[in-house]
Design a protein around this ligand. Structure first.
Ligand code: NOJ
Length: 760
């Protein structure tokens, strides 16, 4: 530590001009940091600058293909030389301290490492997968979940997370939809802000906050045919109106880093895109944090056919504004020579390094590089019981009641014979979901364990069939059971005499996530057959779905009376599910992604364009539809039921004609018409009827969570203004056009209570 202290002291003695005004204190702090960065930069050699732009993986927890030359001894040597600015996937105070000690004590300038990690939905204590959390529409709870994750990760030595993933996606085939907030840019933006502020808090220098990363910039969620790492070819309107808003919202929320991506966008790998990184992100938006590449994405521009070799890839990436190289080893091998040969200007390095150092200063790493390294604190915080309470809370809030015929749910608490079926019902591993490298395997509360807490009924458990029958040679890739039905018999027998059968079916936790695209969205393996076989003997079934993406469950929707979307809910899965099934928690989740009727409808999303032929006016075939399935989704975006019922009435506007710039108030009365208290996500959508760029049939522009007692009524008011009534044109400029609008308020994207207004 000595070196760093000496260094920082020698950089600058800053005068502490204090001011009570919070903004000026902040500005003052920023200026001080900028001065320190400038002074430090002056001391650095070209190699040391390049070193700050180099990130290596730790020696375990590999989350991407390992470069051949990425051996441990080279990494140690580079740490000592000050040629490494960051490490990822090093975890635990002991390990973090060990690598930090090398750079701080042995490298010439002792610049501390920033330690990155994929804290995606918790660290050791796991929250629901991010897509599930998005179904809560509860920004406070989502923020809290990120805070819990930051508490645990920071206590374990981590100071930077590669989250939130803010990629909008309309394609359930893409395995990474589990990591995002779904299909909508408005909801996605609000959730991005909540997650960024949850991770970063108000004070980045506090020892329980970590720097966040909005990823993957940009367009990755639009991979063609949902195939991982594939080409992305989207129009400018989709880019500016759908893909970019959550990134912009993250930048506005002061996210400290942005990760670029594996994909190309309209012919240019985004890692090498000056348009995205320099013009939009750092230019138009004024982003002052730094850009980290995705794993090896700088080198992968060679395979894309955009760079001829590593040297070319380094030149393209640094010129385009990629500040740090994650595990491509391209910057460390090529950048210094490129500067020395006069191919690139050293100012490009200075810009990148300044951004990286700035964040390190903001984190307080120069004041104390070991500020995250306290074993006693780590022991107390990681897996703390309070965190279990917090993740249980968000897990319950993430559950979506898709269907509930004849009020089969909630289950009666006494005198019932309940048969629980499904391998996933007793699974303690799969509900943890993908991306949970710091948690322990098999540590989720299973649904079986959760239901066993309710002692008034007779509960019988039968597996019915395995979901997976092993793993391939690849990391965590499961082999699905497509043949073995030998345990069907037992389950069918136990179902026959039950009052209610609860079936937990769906995807294994490792069927979604990175590298896990699917072309089939039905229940995997033999589970559909199992469901149908049990249904034949007892149709009184509650289907609990476990999945990391929307599934196409049309048969179940037609036949099964009650369906609960329970995703992968993390550590407290079973308790959350049981409390919802038994009505101790009244579900209020709403889908953040449309569920298709079959995979052929994908991509399917609520904010589609009307087309020139939206309906079958003349009873003929020439309109925009399918001939073999309805064109609507099985369950639309925003859908979700409750054990109570809600009624929307009296939608009112404070006028009919408004001027651009006016604030329009839209109010509605919401009444709880059922017999128990409940929460509703009140959603406001607009439609701009005519636009110079055609507008979607609906766009979410506001939502509020409202809790009402039975019989209670409340008036909810939303404001529409310049920020919500405009859109981006094809130059990426935000414009508001006069014209006719519709506004809709309801409990789903398909509710029809609406009104009209005009903007002049
Ligand atoms: C690749 C993934 O795309 C990215 O999201 C992740 O943060 C890095 N690997 C590091 O694990």
């Amino acid at each position: 530590m000595k070196k760093t202290f000496l260094l920082v002291a020698s950089i600058l003695i800053l005068n502490g001009c204090h001011n009570n005004n919070e903004t000026s204190i902040k500005n003052n702090k920023t200026t001080q940091i900028e001065q320190k960065v400038d002074s430090l930069l002056k001391l650095m050699t070209i190699e040391e600058k390049v070193g700050q732009m180099n990130q290596y993986n730790g020696f375990w927890d590999v989350t991407g293909p390992t470069p051949k030359e990425g051996n441990a001894s080279k990494k140690y040597e580079h740490l000592r030389k000050g040629w490494v600015g960051s490490m990822l996937s090093v975890r635990g105070v002991k390990e973090v301290r060990a690598v930090q000690k090398i750079v701080v004590e042995e490298s010439r300038l002792g610049i501390p490492l920033i330690i990155g990690f994929d804290v995606i939905h918790g660290y050791k204590t796991l929250s629901p997968i991010p897509l599930a959390e998005a179904a809560s529409w509860d920004l406070e709870a989502i923020k809290k979940s990120a805070e819990v994750a930051a508490n645990e990760a920071s206590a374990s030595g981590i100071n930077w997370t590669f989250g939130p993933m803010v990629d909008i996606s309309r394609d359930a085939r893409w395995g990474r939809v589990m990591e995002g907030a779904g299909e909508d840019p408005y909801l996605g933006s609000r959730i991005a802000e909540a997650r960024v502020t949850g991770f970063q808090g108000d004070d980045l220098s506090a020892s329980n906050t970590i720097a966040a990363t909005a990823k993957h910039f940009a367009g990755y969620g639009f991979s063609e045919s949902g195939k991982e790492y594939n080409t992305v070819d989207i129009g400018t309107s989709t880019l500016h109106n759908i893909v970019l808003p959550p990134f912009k919202a993250s930048v506005n929320a002061n996210v400290r880093s942005i990760m670029n991506s594996f994909n190309e966008l309209n012919g240019v790998p985004v890692t090498g895109s000056s348009y995205l990184q320099r013009d939009i992100l750092k230019g138009k938006w004024g982003f002052d944090g730094f850009v980290i590449s995705d794993w090896a994405s700088i080198g992968e521009m060679i395979s894309w056919g955009h760079a001829k070799d590593k040297r070319d890839a380094a030149r393209i990436a640094v010129t385009a504004g990629s500040d740090m190289d994650m595990e491509a080893h391209v910057y460390i091998e090529e950048l210094a020579e490129l500067v020395k040969d006069g191919i690139i200007d050293e100012s490009l390095l200075d810009d990148a390094v300044s951004r990286i150092l700035k964040v390190k200063f903001e984190l307080g790493l120069f004041d104390n590089p070991y500020k995250y390294c306290d074993e006693a604190h780590e022991k107390e915080m990681v897996g703390n019981p309070k965190h279990h309470e917090a993740v249980l809370d968000i897990a319950k809030k993430s559950i979506v009641l898709l269907k509930n015929e004849n009020n089969l749910l909630p289950l009666k608490k006494e005198g019932q014979k309940i048969t629980l079926i499904g391998a996933l019902a007793a699974d303690k591993n799969s509900p943890l979901g993908s991306w949970r490298i710091a948690s322990d395997d098999h540590t989720a509360v299973s649904v079986l364990e959760g239901m066993q807490q309710y002692k008034g009924n007779t509960l019988t458990y039968k597996k019915g069939a395995d979901v997976s029958v092993g793993q391939t040679a690849f990391v965590n890739e499961v082999i699905i059971n497509t043949e073995d039905k030998s345990q069907f018999k037992d389950a069918i027998y136990a179902a026959k005499t039950a009052d209610v059968v609860v079936m937990v079916l769906g995807e294994h936790g490792f069927q979604s996530g990175e590298g896990r695209s699917r072309t089939n969205l039905q229940l995997p393996g033999v589970q559909q057959e199992l469901l149908e076989a049990v249904f034949k003997v007892n149709p009184n079934i509650v289907l609990v779905l476990n999945n990391g993406r929307p599934l196409a469950v049309s048969w179940a929707d037609k036949h099964i009376p009650a369906i609960v979307e329970a995703w992968q809910l993390g550590t407290q899965t079973g308790n959350a599910v049981a409390q919802v099934l038994y009505g101790d928690y009244n579900p209020s989740g709403k889908l953040p992604m449309s569920f298709p009727r079959n995979v052929g409808q994908v991509p399917i999303y609520y904010n589609y364009k009307n087309t020139g032929r939206p309906t079958d006016k003349d009873n003929n075939v020439f309109w925009s539809h399918y001939i073999d399935v309805e064109k609507t989704p099985l369950y639309p975006f925003g859908h979700g039921l409750s054990y109570t019922t809600f009624e929307y009435n009296n939608l009112n506007l404070n006028g009919e004609i408004f001027k651009i710039g006016d604030t329009i108030n839209v109010s509605v009365e919401l009444k709880n018409t059922g017999d128990r208290k409940g929460k509703e996500v009140v959603q406001l959508y607009i439609r701009d009827l005519v636009g110079s760029i055609t507008r979607p049939v609906r766009e979410l522009k506001g939502f509020e969570l409202v809790q009402l007692k039975s019989g209670e009524t409340k008036t909810i008011t939303f404001n529409l203004d310049n920020e919500t009534l405009g859109f981006y044109d094809n130059n990426g400029d935000y414009i508001i056009e006069p014209g006719d609008f519709q506004v809709f308020i309801g409990g789903s994207s398909t509710d029809t209570l609406g009104a009209k207004f005009q903007l002049q």
